[in-house]
Design a protein around this ligand. Structure first.
Ligand code: PLP
Ligand code: COI
Length: 359
């Protein structure tokens, strides 16, 4: 695919950009350019462009605005010590975007176009990848239905974009523990629904529950399964993993959660270290009892934005376990450090997860 590159004639000044890069705040400032590829039923993927970052012209009848036919991805570009720019397992994001597309009746973007779109954006906005510790350039590929039509059916015109924003740690950083709130009022996804797709509606559905979490002084909400309200699913924007005293790591097995790439990677690193890793249903009672008996010794959340964060406290309407400032566990800290060291090129990438973006 040959991209047409239209340069931004009024890019942010070097000094102002540097000030942003020195103290990036998640998802608030965006780079000078964005990628834009069109799709139509007749013409397939076409008109690949890199253009100045800016508003997207959209017909008020565009079906995304009415029926929410939209999907997205989240990944990061890391600057290594020698200045080179890398991303982490982008093929997995490309494949997940395809799975999300399938579920949301959107066209599947070929993996090679997805990878190229990231490289094209980095080719013009590479200077936006920060270098301070724990910072990166968060890349947000997304796709939506832009056909102006109010009938309810898959759109015949679709847009794919990539925007990017320099970011620091999603939470406080330095592996500060987070508190999570168990929602017994709301669920995120049901059997046969869209829980496994990375689609905007899942996040819209989580907002009230997330607000409830904030009212209880928590950073994130934890959802239970919708059928029984008993088994752990995931957080609003992260997966969850529990660590048992015998070194076993357990993460919820469910068709209705997002298959996190961070989780998959952390569990692979844990296996390499000799841990047993299980993906199985895990109930809220099992966590409570395991915490009280000392069988469950650590819990962490994981995702691209958050990396790996220790869960200090779980609050529910009925009970609380842990404490907001509980010390992070050794297993959590070791896995977090190993993952981050691989991503920043400080440790051998023995799984060949890193892909160079600037060459
Ligand atoms: N679950 C949800 C709901 C998410 O939004 C995310 C973040 O992308 C994750 C899990 C973790 O996925 P990943 O590790 O691929 O970023
Ligand atoms: C990500 O981690 O990439 C997400 O999409 C989650 C969101 C909380 C920013």
């Amino acid at each position: 695919m040959v991209f047409r590159v239209e340069s931004n004639q009024t890019p942010m000044g070097t000094e102002q950009r540097q000030a942003v890069l020195d103290k990036p705040v998640f998802g608030t400032v965006f780079t000078d350019h964005m990628v834009d590829i069109c799709w139509s039923e007749k013409g397939g993927w076409h008109r690949p462009r890199v253009q100045p970052y800016g508003p997207i012209p959209l017909d008020p009848a565009a079906s995304v605005l009415h029926y929410g036919q939209e999907i997205f991805e989240g990944m990061k570009a890391y600057r290594h010590e020698d200045g080179s720019l890398w991303t982490f397992r982008p093929e997995e994001n490309a494949k997940r975007l395809q799975r999300s597309a399938k579920r949301m009746a959107l066209p599947e973007l070929p993996v090679e176009y997805f990878l190229q779109s990231l490289k094209e954006l980095i080719a013009v906005d590479g200077d936006w990848v920060p270098s301070a510790p724990e910072t990166s350039l968060y890349m947000r590929p997304f796709m939506f239905a832009k056909e102006a039509f109010l009938g309810v059916r898959p759109a015949k015109k679709v847009a794919y974009y990539v925007i990017a924003s320099p970011v620091g740690p999603y939470f406080g950083g330095d592996a500060a523990p987070v508190s999570i709130w168990l929602s017994t009022t709301y669920t995120r996804a049901g059997r046969g629904g869209t829980g496994a797709a990375k689609t905007g509606g899942n996040y819209a559905a989580s907002l009230l529950a997330q607000a409830e979490a904030a009212e209880h002084g928590c950073h994130q909400v934890l959802f239970l399964d919708s059928a029984e309200g008993y088994y752990l699913e995931e957080l609003g924007g992260m997966n969850i993993v529990l660590v048992f005293k015998d070194g076993t790591l357990v993460t919820p097995k469910s068709e209705t959660i997002l298959a996190g790439i961070t989780r998959d990677s952390v569990l692979a690193l844990a296996k390499d270290r000799g841990h047993t890793v299980e993906s199985r249903p895990i109930s809220i009672d099992e966590w409570k009892q395991g915490f009280e008996s000392g069988d469950i010794v650590e819990a962490f959340a994981c995702g691209t934005a958050a990396t790996v964060v220790p869960i200090g406290q779980l609050k529910t309407p009925d009970f609380t376990i842990g404490a907001p400032d509980a010390a992070a566990g050794d297993v959590t800290l070791a896995l977090r450090a190993e993952l981050i060291d691989i991503q920043y090129g400080r440790l051998e990438d023995r799984h060949q997860w890193m892909v160079r973006l600037d060459s």
